[in-house]
Design a protein around this ligand. Structure first.
Ligand SMILES: [Zn+2]
Length: 86
């Protein structure tokens, strides 16, 4: 049985449908037993749905993607800089 910490770590991969069948079963079992995590998952899922709908309404997924790409690029640069100074 997984604990709340494991469950929280599985939240994003769960919503992204990236969990293995085995992990998925474990998460579902935990959600059945833990209302705290269940609420958190439900909240996060509705939040994602809202964001998706908003993006479609404003037809702005491209600029959003661009922003995310820029953020990733900055993060990569930062990681590289850190590694170089080591
Ligand atoms: Zn929990």
């Amino acid at each position: 049985m997984i604990n709340c910490g494991d469950c929280e770590r599985a939240l994003n991969p769960y919503l992204d449908r990236e969990l293995s069948e085995e992990d998925l079963v474990q998460v579902r079992e935990h959600l059945d037993a833990c209302s705290g995590c269940l609420h958190r998952f439900a909240f996060e899922e509705s939040l994602r749905r809202l964001v998706r709908v908003r993006c479609q309404e404003q037809a702005a997924p491209d600029s959003l993607r661009q922003r995310i790409t820029v953020t990733f690029a900055i993060e990569r640069t930062r990681t590289r800089t850190r590694k170089r100074s080591d």
